[in-house]
Write a protein that binds this ligand. Structure first.
Ligand code: FAD
Length: 377
């Protein structure tokens, strides 16, 4: 079996034509602002990847979904990161629909059948802010709330059809606040998108800022979770984080795999060196697949979440080993000839920038290993 053959076969089966379209566009075109990758993803049915086939989707399992993300990441790291944010929001809807009688399945079906894209607004551009402690201003309004503030960086900001944004809302029983996800159609009155992302790296992910100015969100478009910031996580949050960690890790392993693939194609590089790189990237992927398989088996517990974080942080270290070795083995001529090697090197290390960071989680993980419930710092 060729390197990445398994992942590309799964991608070809679930989102036919996407791999070929991405390969035809090439890395440089896909990684610029205005990347054609997002349109190709829509055309291939990507928005419905996690939606059950009965509701018009591809019905991917978590294991298949991470294989898809790795295959996409190997062609376009920006598209893999951006679509992880879409799938993260979709996974949240899938989990909520499993336990509620609400309208979520109708929404998922609409998204799959009409190839709609969801942006996922958790971060607000403040270092040190817990992503579960949004600072958007929320005021009560007749039949819902009004929301003011900015979500940044927010991938898919130019192409989204719907923003899913974390906000804190007053509990219905009047006992303080609870975290909720607001579903806000793109183009809603008071919503605008403005520049935020200033880096060349991952510039095809459209990670600019979405500004909300007194945007009205009706009660039926608010999905309330059970917890407040700092409390133990509820099942929906755990499942959401589990999906996020495995999808994002696989996406960046895809970017690292693109470098490994280039090394494998060079017969002049000693076989031992080539196999060493493959061992590192495949072991990291195998760890993520183990967690994804637990997710497929219904795991929604904090032990599985901790395992997803161990797998992700281990993957960060694997990538930090793989990238400089691959660059050295490919050599100066490959580095000078085109942007690919330098670009993929810059992107692959981005995994460490996604929440929750390792340094932030060290305390909570040690506390959990000592028998405490896991919190996201
Ligand atoms: C390509 C890309 C796309 C993104 N797209 C989205 C998106 O669509 N939606 C979205 O919501 N977000 C998105 N994000 C943002 C992401 O979710 C993070 O919120 C953001 O990158 C965190 O920024 P930060 O590292 O400055 O913040 P922090 O996590 O606060 O970290 C800042 C630094 O402080 C350290 N640190 C933080 N807390 C502690 C602690 N308690 N103890 C010790 N050290 C600590 C961290 O390790 C880090 O070095 C994206 C990020 C990237 C890279």
């Amino acid at each position: 079996m060729r390197f990445l053959e398994r992942e590309r076969a799964v991608l070809g089966k679930l989102l036919p034509g996407l791999d070929e379209a991405l390969a035809a566009h090439g890395l440089t075109a896909l990684e610029r602002p205005g990347s054609p990758g997002i349109a190709a993803f829509r055309e291939a049915g990507g928005p419905g990847l996690l939606v059950a086939a009965a509701h018009g989707g591809a019905g991917a399992t978590a294991v298949q979904a991470i294989q898809v993300q790795r295959a996409i990441g190997a062609r376009s790291p920006s598209l893999a990161v951006a679509t992880t944010m879409h799938h993260f929001s979709m996974a949240g809807l899938v989990v909520v629909s499993e336990i509620s009688n609400g309208f979520e399945w109708m929404l998922m079906e609409g998204i799959a059948r009409e190839a709609k894209l969801l942006a996922s607004g958790f971060a607000e551009g403040t270092s040190g802010q817990n992503i579960l402690a949004p600072a958007m201003r929320v005021t009560p309004a007749d039949g819902g709330v009004r929301v003011t503030g900015a979500k940044r960086p927010c991938s898919l900001s130019a192409s989204m059809d719907l923003l899913t944004a974390s906000i804190l809302v007053p509990r219905l029983d009047g006992t303080g606040d609870q975290l909720a996800i607001a579903l806000i159609p793109a183009g809603s009155e008071g919503m605008s998108v403005s520049p935020f992302w200033g880096s060349f790296a991952l510039a095809g992910a459209e990670s600019d800022q979405v500004v909300l100015d007194e945007v009205f969100v009706p009660d039926e478009l608010l999905v309330r979770t059970d917890s407040a910031p700092g409390q133990a996580l509820d099942g929906i949050q755990i499942a959401g984080f589990l999906w996020f960690e495995v999808l994002m890790t696989a996406s960046y392993l895809g970017a690292a795999s693109a470098l490994v693939e280039r090394v494998l194609g060079q017969d002049r590089i000693p076989e031992l060196e080539r196999v060493r790189l493959v061992c590192d990237v495949e072991a990291a992927m195998a760890a993520v697949e183990t967690v994804a398989a637990r997710l497929d088996n219904g795991a929604r517990d904090s032990t599985a979440l901790a395992e997803s974080l161990y797998a992700r942080y281990a993957a960060q270290d694997a990538i930090a080993r793989i990238v400089p070795r691959a660059v050295e083995l490919l050599g100066g001529m490959a580095y000078f000839a085109a942007d690919d090697v330098a670009y993929l090197s810059a992107c692959a290390n981005g995994l460490s920038l996604h929440p929750p960071s390792r340094s932030r989680m060290a305390g909570p993980l040690v506390a959990q290993l000592g028998g405490q419930p896991l919190t996201i710092a």
